[in-house]
Design a protein around this ligand. Structure first.
Ligand SMILES: [Zn+2]
Length: 137
């Protein structure tokens, strides 16, 4: 299984990450789940980092509600929560693990420091597993 992002979407995430420096950028990816479990991102939903912090992020509940509504309207699913790491590598920080509570989503982290994007899932025991990211096109 993997999560598939177009090159264009990756560039958009990178652009948002640069624009929101020195703070973390964040958002949702909406998409489709194929029969074999592959997640295919179709739409990026940038969110405001209400923490305006370089080392953690929170979504605004009002924007979260709007994102859920939007995704329902276009018959997609929220498949990923992404955020940027301005100065640290693309891995789940202790804070990320503490705040991650969705065992159904793929957490994507883009590091501006290493120009890498990596995916992770978390289980109910807070155990983190890498999740493959495929960039297409
Ligand atoms: Zn993080």
């Amino acid at each position: 299984m993997s999560i598939v992002l177009s090159h264009t979407m990756l560039e958009a995430i990178k652009g948002q990450a640069r624009d929101e420096m020195p703070n973390e950028a964040c958002g949702y990816l909406a998409g489709n789940v194929l029969a074999d479990g592959t997640l295919v991102a179709a739409e990026r939903i940038p969110m405001t980092n209400v923490d305006t912090s370089p080392d953690h992020f929170s979504f605004a509940p009002k924007e979260q509600f709007a994102a859920v509504k939007r995704v329902r309207e276009v018959s997609l699913r929220l498949i990923s929560v992404y955020h940027s790491h301005p100065e640290t590598p693309a891995r789940m920080s202790e804070e990320d693990i503490r705040l991650a509570n969705d065992t159904e989503t793929v957490y994507l982290i883009y590091s501006l420091a290493t120009d890498e994007i990596k995916g992770f899932t978390i289980d109910s025991e807070k155990s983190v597993s890498p999740y493959p990211v495929d960039i297409s096109g």
